[in-house]
Design a protein around this ligand. Structure first.
Ligand SMILES: C[C@@H](O)[C@H](N)C(=O)O
Ligand SMILES: C[C@@H](O)[C@H](N)C(=O)O
Lengths: 165, 165
């Protein structure tokens, strides 16, 4: 089966939450995501890269309307020293290329990153799966990013799909 | 459609590559992943959490047999000041729960993280998609992790699936 990018999805109704200075020891992620589940916060994406010196950071993407709930939870994480800092950014957007065998085809992600770079759009977070390469970028650059990626993969900047990425 | 975890996948034939001290400016990710595509390195997972100040880190997972190719590429990234440090860890494994509507069901990821925590298994990286929650852990703990997660979701520790996560 040939890999093919079949669409671009974009979503602005999200907030990005980053827990900084998290202890890199068993049980920390479990506490954070159990709290979120109990508060019925739908976590759309979890991104934790590798740690260094027993400290790590966890970024996750939530629905924009849950930002206040998570801000309150964040206060308890600070008090319980689960994280040194909790940042919530609401001026973000998620953009993704979707299709078959995306992750296992070297180069599709690179073309997406390159299209964003040519338009001076900084990539804040990256997350991939078999069917998708997702980037978190600044909210104000979403429209330009969708055009840039459509141009790269479909040769036109007209077509636009939206909806949850 | 009810969310359900239908399986656990595990994979040890991987290496984890982390670029530390990466400039957080447009174009950096494009350069790295264009180099990897040109060297025909299949990148199975890309994880970049949010940056702070103007530095970030990028973690990606490759097939174990490409570690030497990426080590050579890493030397060029250091020389070109794309990254301050390039770490390659071959004693890692990827474990994932798979099923429908996994990411959008609060609590499934938390149960996975909790099952690992109860067995004192540290979670090095986390990446999620609609159908999957993946964790990178230490290679030596993979068998224990598979048993722990099977027990949590299927109530038995007998069944074991393996293959690429
Ligand atoms: C940082 C966090 O993921 C920690 N390593 C844990 O296992 O919970
Ligand atoms: C770190 C890297 O992703 C950078 N922000 C870029 O846009 O390429």
């Amino acid at each position: 089966e040939q890999a093919a990018v079949v669409g671009v999805t974009a979503d602005k109704k999200i907030a990005k939450v980053t827990l900084l200075d998290v202890h890199d020891e068993p049980g920390v992620a479990a506490k954070v995501f159990k709290d979120l589940a109990r508060a019925d916060v739908n976590v759309r994406l979890i991104i934790q890269a590798a740690a260094t010196h027993d400290r790590n950071r966890i970024t996750f993407v939530i629905d924009l309307d849950k930002a206040e709930t998570v801000r309150m939870l964040g206060l308890t994480w600070l008090k319980r020293k689960i994280a040194g800092e909790v940042l919530i950014d609401m001026d973000v957007a998620k953009i993704a290329i979707v299709g078959s065998r995306i992750a296992s085809t070297p180069g599709l992600g690179a073309r997406m990153f390159d299209a964003l770079a040519k338009h001076r759009i900084n990539i804040d977070c990256i997350s991939t799966s078999e069917m998708k390469v997702s980037c978190v970028i600044g909210g104000k650059q979403l429209d330009e990013a969708v055009r840039a990626i459509h141009e790269e993969f479909f040769g036109t900047s007209k077509r636009k799909t939206s909806g949850p990425a």
